[in-house]
Design a protein around this ligand. Structure first.
Ligand code: ZN
Ligand code: ZN
Ligand code: ZN
Length: 744
């Protein structure tokens, strides 16, 4: 006989862990108890030695699907002589850390019930259980109990209560448990907010979508705008009402078959689409699919996801197979999630609202991924993943890392856990900044973190930097590209020294220039800037980001001494800018790889002006002919890469009539060659054989693949992002890693 006390940490609350323990103990004839404490779950079991061994094994191997055991400690206790096994009341202690589950797609058991006419939740749009449903977006406070969620105002009916209290039931302690008798309801509103009296709002919504109407649909973390993706007049109407000129719209498909009719499914894509996180996956579209051109102009890819709430599944239950499902906002504002606010903001876009009375507490956008070498690569880490933490190796103090300006996330750390926020967005307007501040307060409360230091970017004008400077805490400023490198190192627990190749659009450099193609030697004490892309002026500063032709012109001017400047650049007023550049007026030097991509994109006549960040580079990647061989020469001296020979070569190729697709491909190969040559030099001279690739340019999978292949071919160990995006969405993790470790 033996008695053991277990302390279990991880995601073990609100995921059916206690009933699982209870049933397991019953099965093995063990006695004792289980309870939730502030760290996770505590168990005491007493019984035969062999049964206890089997119990411990089953804890790890048979845990419920959403549970994630991070740590399991066992200690022997004197025999207690328990009469049986019971679930005890939760304990509250001072120093709490209970992990909170992300929102999870409807599980198969719930789906079966949803479409079973004999089930009491037949076609009930809020069906859920301990294995699925809303979590992060409805939690207002911890502990995770119903009264601390937005379900607090719904009183469970006797039938639901019975399930809730029955340890053998799938809904035992499922906090959002509900049914048609006692739970939330959907309703259909006209755009003026008046309610439509219809027998089945969902069937009515489907009929309206089929007619070509645009509907705002309330989801888990906010409103979507939905419409028929096969009718150009409908999609382009949505586009113009949203003021979203070219950014692609995501699609939601009924099932995997429908996705595979539209897109190719590379290895790993199926698993990702079907995963319980249900992200948007960006996939290459099949030729001649009938999707309206306005869905994703200029793209040979489509962003696709599968239904993840019961309401979504019901929308596809009467003939529809595919819908545009784009975030409910105008242009770059944050996604609308409060009912009244959504009505006001989306009134001019949506013809109708399919909404409901379960409030959303936390706004949370869909996550966006691509598949790289069979495994997921984040473009945006949000719903389904947040707030699950990332392990930070060796962290020794609590940090608030404020992140960057665009695609902002923040990060709070406690012990070795880094809690990265959901996607906050571009901190340019008041709305977004407010949700940044509110988000930080919410995370502090949920995880009871009191940061000891605050980490921030060096850019003085980032709102995230200004926020950091207002905090009454010791501050650590971290250079933007150094933080990119650290974010990738954090994922792997690397301490360096490594060679970090960081390529993005812009970041504040320590010498006052705009940095963006940096070769850094990095360890956890700091970085040494080995070299970078040769500086060039950005004519008109920030404006050059929206007008890639300016970068094309300034590169041509320098590389060909103004020979090959096309007439269309002169017509846009190049002469004026040339003077300004010459005299150093409003033309800051930059080493940005993003701007070089812009320049080439414009040279090839793909994009002279862009409507969203990165558009010119994205279209350059899309057009590249993967089969084309060859690359262009470039200069390199002392880790400074000179792209002027590339510009001259491209200009020559265009004059000879070489196709844009071939030039685009050769340009990609050239950039990969630059990386390789720098890496070889760094290995020879500095002994660096581990290479970290970070920065928004590495969302370009063509560039990522070419670079990784070249480097690995020469024996380098290459590290690419897998847990956070390579773009600025990952910056907060890098800041946190450094600030949690560095001596101050
Ligand atoms: Zn379920
Ligand atoms: Zn009920
Ligand atoms: Zn960046």
């Amino acid at each position: 006989m033996r008695c053991v006390r277990l302390t279990i940490r991880g995601i073990v609350q609100g995921v059916g862990f206690r009933p699982f323990v209870y049933n397991l103990a019953q099965r093995l004839g063990l006695r004792g108890w289980v309870l939730n404490d502030e760290h996770g779950v505590r168990v005491e079991v007493e019984g035969e030695e062999g049964d206890i061994e089997r119990f411990l094994e089953a804890l790890r191997n048979e845990a419920p699907p959403l549970a994630r055991i991070e740590e399991l400690r066992a200690e022997d206790r004197p025999l207690q002589g328990y009469p049986g096994f019971e679930i005890r009341k939760s304990e509250r202690a001072k120093d709490r850390l209970a992990l909170i589950s992300p929102d999870i797609a409807t599980c198969d058991d719930c789906l079966r019930e949803l479409f079973d006419p004999r089930d009491r939740r037949y076609r009930y749009p809020f069906i859920n259980c301990t294995n699925c449903g809303p979590r992060f977006t409805i939690i207002r406070d911890v502990p995770y109990d119903r009264e601390n969620t937005t379900m607090a105002s719904f009183k469970m009916c006797p039938e639901c209560l019975r399930e809730y209290h029955d340890p053998a039931n799938r809904r035992f302690h499922a906090q959002p448990n509900a049914c048609p008798v006692c739970g939330p309801r959907v309703e259909l509103l006209r755009s003026d907010g008046t309610r439509m009296e219809v027998p089945d709002p969902i069937l009515e919504a489907i009929a309206l979508l089929k007619e070509g109407k645009i509907l705002a649909v309330k989801g888990l973390g906010g409103f979507h705008l939905a419409c028929d993706p096969f009718r150009e007049e409908v999609v382009s109407a949505l586009r113009s009402r949203k003021y979203r000129e070219d950014k692609p719209f995501a699609l939601m498909c009924k099932d995997l078959d429908t996705v595979s009719e539209l897109c190719f499914l590379p290895e790993g894509a199926k698993e990702l689409l079907l995963s319980r996180e249900r992200p948007i996956v960006i996939l290459e579209r099949r030729p001649r699919v009938r999707v309206a051109p306005s869905v994703a102009p200029g793209h040979r890819t489509l962003g696709v996801m599968l239904p993840y709430t019961p309401l979504h599944h019901l929308l596809f239950s009467d003939g529809l197979r595919c819908l545009v499902m784009t975030s409910g906002n105008i242009s770059d504002e944050p996604i609308a999630y409060r009912d009244q606010e959504a009505l006001e903001r989306l009134r001019g876009i949506a013809d109708y609202f399919l909404t409901h009375n379960r409030p959303i507490h936390m706004r949370c956008d869909d996550s966006v991924m691509k598949v790289f070498r069979g495994r997921p690569l984040f473009f945006r880490r949000s719903r389904g993943y947040v707030p699950f933490p990332i392990r930070l190796k060796g962290a020794r103090r609590s940090v608030l890392a404020c992140g960057a300006e665009l695609k902002n996330t923040f990060c709070l750390t406690k012990g070795e856990y880094a809690f990265i926020s959901h996607h906050i967005g571009d901190l340019e307007n008041f709305e977004t900044f407010r949700s940044f501040e509110e988000g930080i307060e919410h995370f502090k409360r949920l995880f009871e973190v009191e940061p000891e230091v605050v980490a921030h970017d060096l850019h003085p004008d980032y709102l995230s930097t200004r926020y950091a400077l207002e905090q009454d805490l010791p501050r650590i400023g971290i250079q933007h590209h150094f933080a990119h490198a650290l974010s990738c190192m954090a994922e792997y627990g690397l301490e360096g020294p490594v060679l970090a190749v960081v390529m993005d659009g812009t970041g504040f450099g320590e010498d006052g220039a705009v940095w963006g193609c940096e070769f850094l030697e990095v360890d956890l004490r700091g970085y040494r800037r080995l070299g970078h892309l040769r500086y060039i002026q950005m004519p008109g500063g920030e404006r050059a980001i929206r007008e890639p032709w300016r970068m094309a012109a300034v590169y041509l001017e320098r590389a060909t001494e103004g020979q090959g400047i096309p007439d269309r650049f002169r017509e846009k007023g190049w002469e004026v800018f040339r003077e300004a550049v010459k005299r150093g007026l409003n033309s800051p030097p930059c080493s940005s790889m993003g701007r070089l991509f812009d320049a080439v994109s414009s040279l090839l006549g793909i994009r002279d002006l862009v409507n969203y960040e990165g558009q010119a580079a994205i279209e350059l990647e899309q057009i590249a002919d993967r089969r084309a061989q060859g690359s262009y020469p470039f200069g390199i001296s002392d880790y400074i890469v000179d792209p002027d020979p590339v510009i001259r070569a491209i200009e020559g190729e265009l004059r000879k009539g070489v196709s844009r697709a071939v030039v685009a491909m050769r340009f990609h190969r050239t950039v990969a060659q630059m990386i390789l040559q720098i890496a070889e030099r760094a290995r020879d001279e500095r002994g660096l054989s581990e290479v970290v690739l970070s920065g928004g340019c590495f969302q370009n999978l063509l560039l990522l693949e070419l670079s990784t292949e070249l480097l690995e071919g020469r024996g380098f160990r290459v590290f690419v992002h897998r847990k956070v995006p390579p773009n600025d969405g990952g910056i907060s993790l890098g800041q946190a890693y450094y600030a949690s470790r560095v001596e101050v």
